[in-house]
Design a protein around this ligand. Structure first.
Ligand code: CO8
Length: 258
């Protein structure tokens, strides 16, 4: 499928999805959101894709929801369309691991989209924020919830109530991002991590993702029970047999996604 606001590339088992609406710093309008949902679902359904890298430009991952597009919406429109959540939640339903490679601005919906990915690798020029309060709104795609869970109440309140931006170093310090690298190395680092993941068994990496995400949904005892049941189920896969056999035989495993 041809996209107007996305560039898609494939490197081995890694699908690279680049937000490409430079005239608006990749702000999410309906067209971009519809295309992104479509591209993520297509990658997720493709058995040849074992990891996704979502990225933007050097200046902006995404500067949020498109303010010009939503400025005149009425409450009834927003409510009846279930504005935003309807297809925004799709991104968090993708089962293939997704790395967000973030350079420049990740603000509002851009920060929320980065938090919906499985982990963030940030360039040293990245800036994260939930500035909705500065335009008379609040985060609407999980920002208050995910940020509070991921970096704690103090930082989440600070970010959402003041609308300030947080640089990459602070974001790494507080656990919002996994790694910070020089801007020029962002894509190489993200691709290296993605290829590492894609080199493992696809069903097993999906299980890992599902288990880690479970930690945010249920109490610890239930999460541990869930993890143990999934752990038991790996013994039903050929890839577990191959992985452990390869270790014993001191060779590299040859996973088959089976
Ligand atoms: N929406 C629409 N257009 C935007 C947006 C945006 N969020 N951000 C930037 N643009 C446009 C600008 O209007 C400008 O267009 P034009 O040249 O036609 O005037 C162009 O992008 C370049 O922007 P600037 O000239 O402002 O660039 P600067 O380098 O001076 O500033 C900033 C960059 C600081 C990022 C600045 O553009 C800015 O503050 N942007 C808005 C950030 C913001 O408030 N984001 C939150 C939006 S609300 C939101 O995300 C709610 C989330 C709800 C869930 C998700 C729903 C999809």
């Amino acid at each position: 499928m041809a996209y107007n606001c996305l560039e898609i590339d494939n490197d081995d088992r890694v699908q690279i999805i680049r937000l490409a609406r430079p005239e608006a710093l990749n702000a999410f309008n309906k067209e971009l959101m519809d295309e992104l949902t479509e591209a993520l679902k297509a990658a997720d359904a493709d058995p040849k894709v074992a990891c996704i890298v979502l990225t933007g430009s050097e200046k902006a991952f995404a500067a949020g929801a498109d303010i010009k597009e939503m400025a005149d919406k009425s409450f009834v429109q927003a409510y009846t369309e279930d504005f935003i959540t309807a297809n925004w939640e799709e991104a968090s339903r993708i089962r293939t691991p997704i790395i967000a490679a973030v350079a420049g601005y990740a603000l509002g919906g851009g920060c929320e989209m980065a938090m919906m990915c499985d982990f963030v690798i940030a360039a040293d020029n990245a800036k994260f924020g939930q500035p909705e309060i500065t335009i008379g709104a609040i985060p609407g795609a999980g920002g208050t919830q995910r940020m509070a869970k991921y970096i704690g109440k103090a930082k989440a309140m600070d970010m959402c109530l003041t609308g300030r931006m947080m640089g990459a170093e602070e974001a790494e310090r507080c656990g919002l991002v996994a790694r910070v690298v020089p801007k020029a190395e962002l894509m190489d680092t993200a691709l290296e991590a993605a290829k590492k993941i894609a080199g493992f068994s696809r069903p097993i990496s999906m299980m890992v993702k599902e288990c880690v995400n479970r930690a945010f949904e249920v109490p610890l005892s239930e999460g541990i029970r869930f993890e143990r049941r999934v752990f038991h189920s790996v013994f039903a896969t050929e890839d577990q047999k191959e992985g452990m056999k390869a270790f014993v035989e001191k060779r590299d495993p040859n996973f088959k996604d089976a």
